[in-house]
Design a protein around this ligand. Structure first.
Ligand code: IMP
Ligand code: MG
Length: 171
């Protein structure tokens, strides 16, 4: 097991997630929104985010394979679970745990756009800026970091650490 350096406490996360949910609620006031969580990393963030919303929300999940079990990306992205709801002419907000190279979210946005929704926007718990390879429009970000490998609050390293209630840098 590696050493865990604290990055965000449970309290920090609660505050950032509730602020983000507030912005989303006011931006989408009066609109129908489908929240599309990216499995598995976004499951805890998604669960907290939607409970802070003051607008109605429909929920679904999508899954892609990108990283395998290591901490370095292969660059190849493949759809492994399609969104279940009919998103045609609907507003989709993609909910992702962390954006690193941008390849995963870029692929997901392209795929969802092919299903002809009205809009596709993005919400990321963490924006890791240091290794971006493709430009992705992030509409909502809870917290920005430059680099490092982060775990906890849904984020894993080789499927471990997802259940930690804070976010840590793995050393
Ligand atoms: P990207 O395609 O390089 O942007 O990588 C995005 C995906 O890689 C995320 O959905 C995560 O599953 C995973 N990932 C990237 N960086 C980290 C990290 O620091 N901790 C945990 N997972 C990460
Ligand atoms: Mg992920």
């Amino acid at each position: 097991m590696g050493e865990l350096i604290p990055v965000l406490s449970k309290k920090d996360i609660d505050r950032k997630v509730s602020e983000t949910a507030g912005r989303i609620s006011s931006d989408y006031e009066g609109c129908e929104v489908i929240f599309a969580g990216v499995l598995k990393g976004a499951f805890i963030f998604m669960a907290d985010l939607i409970r802070h919303l003051t607008i109605p929300a429909k929920i679904d999940f999508i899954s892609v394979s990108s990283y395998g079990t290591s901490s370095s990306s292969s660059g190849a992205v493949k759809l492994t679970k399609e969104i279940g709801l009919d998103v045609r002419n609907k507003n989709i907000l993609v909910v992702e745990d962390i954006v690193d190279t941008g390849l995963t979210l870029n692929y997901i946005i392209k795929h969802l756009k092919s299903l002809k929704p009205a809009t596709v926007k993005t919400c990321a718990l963490l924006d890791k800026t240091g290794r971006r390879k493709v430009k992705v429009d992030l509409n909502y970000v809870c917290h920005t970091v430059r680099d490092g490998f982060l775990v906890g609050y849904g984020l894993d390293y080789a499927e471990e650490y997802r259940n930690l209630d804070g976010i840590y840098r793995l050393k």
